[in-house]
Ligand binder design. Structure first.
Ligand SMILES: Cc1cc2nc3c(=O)[nH]c(=O)nc-3n(C[C@H](O)[C@H](O)[C@H](O)COP(=O)(O)O)c2cc1C
Length: 192
């Protein structure tokens, strides 16, 4: 079965990749498909940075880890990951061959929602193409910084929304088994 519903259920965050490169044409194809999302006032407020240089990714991984460690007190959501951040072997990009960073235009009110939908489309399109993908929030500090944005040539009025890694999954079934927590749905039915 390969229905759309199956694909939604099958997609898992991938945290282990082979060294197999992903062709630039494939990366461009994924991005070109992913932008077919709705956007507020149809502003389409996204732009992308693509990194396929593993040494550069390692540099950003180390910089992100050091940065989180230096401000753990002000970043309570990161305290549970302290051991990962201290582990020299831990690469926040899991040695994936491709990193696509989505920036949103802050002049467009809904840019975070719009760009998040593009990010999710990338995750689904990767799944559909037999690739693995994962949103890397751990990279937020480093890619949101003005210094890194300047390195990338990203204008000041663009804000980081989503760093997404993509690559050939190393092993199927390696991703963590995850379930969904119970949640509340309040229905207000029309009169019967
Ligand atoms: C905003 C956001 C940030 C995330 N950041 C990370 C991250 O830095 N590292 C990581 O391994 N996974 C990250 N994830 C993946 C989540 O851990 C994952 O989606 C969650 O555990 C559910 O698993 P699933 O994607 O396999 O359904 C992130 C996901 C989202 C949506």
């Amino acid at each position: 079965m390969n229905s759309f519903e199956d694909m939604i259920r099958r997609r898992r965050s991938c945290r282990s990749y082979t060294d197999k490169l992903v062709a630039e044409e494939t990366i461009r194809g994924l991005i070109n498909q992913a932008v077919w999302v709705p956007s507020g006032s149809n502003n389409q407020p996204w732009r992308f940075v693509v990194i396929t240089d593993k040494f550069l990714m390692k540099r950003y991984s180390d910089a992100a880890k050091n940065n989180w460690l230096s401000k753990l007190d002000e970043s309570p959501h990161m305290q549970q990951y302290e051991e990962f951040m201290k582990d020299p072997e831990y690469n926040i990009f899991y040695h994936a061959p491709v990193l696509i960073i989505i920036y949103g235009n802050t002049n467009s009110f809904w840019h975070v929602y719009d760009c998040s939908m593009v990010a999710y489309n990338l995750l689904l399109l990767a799944e559909q193409s037999g690739l693995g993908a994962c949103w890397i929030g751990f990279a937020h500090n480093i890619f949101a910084s003005e210094e890194t944005k300047t390195e990338f040539g990203v204008p000041r009025d663009y804000e980081l929304v989503a760093p997404v890694i993509i690559g050939q999954p190393a092993k199927s079934g390696l991703s963590l088994e995850v379930s969904r927590k119970p949640f509340v749905t309040n229905f207000f039915d029309r009169e019967k």
